[in-house]
Ligand binder design. Structure first.
Ligand code: 13P
Ligand code: SF4
Length: 332
């Protein structure tokens, strides 16, 4: 039987009040899914607030690495996801590619002891575990600059995975030298060696889009996420994580126009007027958009029926080292 969104919302509310469950939703979720979240936010906020929540079940509306991070930080919790959607960037690296990146640095005479790996939270638990085992840690787009600044104090070469853009953008902001594996350069001559992963959604924004808006609305501000290409970040007025973008845009005077370079769902609900999507192609994250209200209902119903579906499990060794990598970040 097909339910309307209103009917689904009502059924979801009934189940939520009956079950020991917290519904978590990332800012990029569809509006109707975002609206039923008990905890909403960017990936850093979700990691912290969900860890501190004491419900038995966490129903996570986002992409797989996010639900996995909750399970890694709180193995006693039962984490279910309405859709096991995998972030395209997180898929670009696994344990084998990580090992190959370390081998690339070793080939240039940099020993494992002299490498400090940092993984963006947009990576699967096996990569986080490899990073943890090598003494490294996790970062998110909100705290990457802080984490890298702290890591530099140790005097090691930083291997940053998987997002080349975030690594390069932070290096540029801090006046550091960076290179991307597979592109020209010697890792000995730079501070940060970036893996060559990227987010296809954030690659949609172009310099032509920025030129178009600056010409159409003189005085407009351009605000983008650091997963955008460095050329886009350099040409923008503000670069920040999803929460930082929200804070920046909501503090603008109502008449100030702004074009925003990040996922469509979030930009669309940011501000009633004078806010534009910085792309002629709708920048929707396909995997974030997979989760529907019906999926949430079906997943809650399965908990109620005593047969949870799409539950996240992480093996013990991966859990141990991935937790260490995540906790090193949270400790900072
Ligand atoms: P935030 O860390 O800003 O939530 O970003 C997560 C993400 O997937 C952006 O594409
Ligand atoms: Fe992954 Fe990009 Fe989607 Fe974020 S927007 S979840 S980085 S694919």
């Amino acid at each position: 039987m097909q339910y309307t969104n209103e009917e689904l919302k009502q059924k979801i509310d009934e189940l939520k009040s009956k079950l020991d469950v917290t519904v978590v939703a990332h800012f990029y979720q569809r509006d109707e899914v975002f609206d039923i979240g008990d905890i909403t936010g960017d990936s850093l906020e979700l990691a912290i607030r969900t860890r501190d929540d004491d419900s038995k079940f966490v129903l996570f509306c986002g992409v797989a690495f996010m639900g996995q991070s909750v399970k890694v930080l709180s193995p006693h919790k039962r984490v279910v996801m309405p859709k096991l959607a995998c972030c395209a960037m997180a898929k670009m690296i696994d344990g084998i590619y990580f090992d190959e990146s370390i081998a690339f640095m070793e080939k240039h005479g940099i020993s494992k002891e002299n490498i400090l790996p940092i993984t963006y939270i947009n990576s699967n638990a096996d990569v986080k575990a490899k990073v943890g085992e090598l003494g490294g840690l996790v970062c998110t787009s909100s705290n990457a600059k802080h984490i890298i600044a702290d890591a530099l104090k140790v005097g090691k070469k930083i291997l940053f995975v998987p997002d080349r853009c975030l690594g390069q953008n932070i290096a540029n902001q801090m006046g550091l030298k960076s290179m991307v594996i597979g592109e020209e350069g010697n890792p000995n001559d730079v501070d940060i060696i970036c893996y060559d992963g990227f987010c296809s959604v954030h690659q949609l924004f172009t310099l032509d889009d920025i030129a178009f808006y600056r010409k159409k609305f003189p005085g407009i501000l351009i605000a983008v996420h650091p997963e955008c290409d460095p050329s886009i970040c350099d040409a923008s007025d503000f670069v920040g994580s999803t929460s930082q973008l929200i804070q920046y845009i909501q503090a603008l005077p109502a008449e100030q126009k702004v074009a925003v370079g990040t996922e469509f769902n979030m930009v669309n609900r940011l501000r009633p007027t004078n806010t534009y999507v910085l792309s002629s192609t709708k920048p929707e994250c396909p995997t974030m958009n997979e989760t529907t209200l019906e999926d949430v209902y079906v997943t809650l119903k399965a908990i109620d029926d005593g047969a949870p579906i799409n539950e996240i499990f992480v093996d013990e060794k991966t859990q141990k080292w991935a937790k260490i990598a995540l906790e090193r970040m949270l400790a900072l």
